[in-house]
Design a protein around this ligand. Sequence first.
Ligand SMILES: Cc1ncc(COP(=O)(O)O)c(C=O)c1O
Length: 325
Amino acid sequence: MIIDKKPIKTPLTPIKSRLFDKYQVNVWVKRDDLNHSTVQGNKWHKLKNNLLQAKKQGKDTIITFGGAYSNHIAATAAAAKAEGFQSIGIIRGDELENEPEKWSNTLTTAFNNGMQFKFISRAAYRQKEDASFLSSLQNQYPSAFIIPEGGSNQYAILGFKDLVKDINEQCPEWTQIYCAVGTGGTLAGLIHFSQILQTQDTFLKPYSIKKILGVPVLKQGEYLALQIQNLLQDSENIKVKKTNNMTDINWKLLTQYHDGGYAKQSAKGKNFQHSFEKEFSILLDPVYTSKMVYAFYDQLKTGKIPKGSNIILLHTGGLQGRKTP
Ligand SMILES: Cc1ncc(COP(=O)(O)O)c(C=O)c1O
């Protein structure tokens, strides 16, 4: 079950290396990939309140959107099944409709968890946020709760409170968090609650305003800044108690680390992933977390990270995506 379950406080694992010593930084991996076996990492946080809301509204079906390699599709199917919902995945690209033998592991896993698929053309998929498309979908499935692509909406943002609280307790003096970005909901959740929740940051140096760095995993990710701002704006409308004393948070997108685009990985990127996994015995996924960790290393080696920084690499899961079809 997802809805009634208390979140697991996942470990904040310190990682040590000569490189980090050379640049005089401390680095931790927040092992949120360990929070759930099938609704892993950021998916757990994003889906929890969406499913709760669906239950409150008396819905019996969850509809959501994604591509053939979407961790969100796999996680939604698993979470919906666990909570007794039917699920429908609207999948980008109709070429796979009659060729289940070519399905990715993601699609097969979702299908085995009872998700029904509607494959639609790439052109039709682009309408996924249009009001008229969504209202006709809702009319077609009146008992369905519709969750946007990647699960990123105001309910998703609410789900990051526990994660930020954990991080603040485990490392109050953190100075930077690195996080992979697809649709921006995870980053918006982190920013939102980092501003609200206070740390006992007695060791925080005056120069180091806390920073949250998002690493878009797709090309031309600049547009995500507006999407994140809109999500943050939406979260203003939900009832989250704000204090007068908000933490000053700087956030920024580092858009140069997509490594060729969504679900693409260069030979250099692959080698980097393998050597990190070998050095620290922590598995990454090629689509999201590997690019985020690469971005951190590059920022460090190019002198962008001040000495004395306390850096957290957020492991958002996605490990099911490592398996090939
Ligand atoms: C493993 C993993 N990390 C990070 C992200 C990015 O999350 P968001 O879409 O909220 O930006 C995703 C996609 O949802 C993901 O599957």
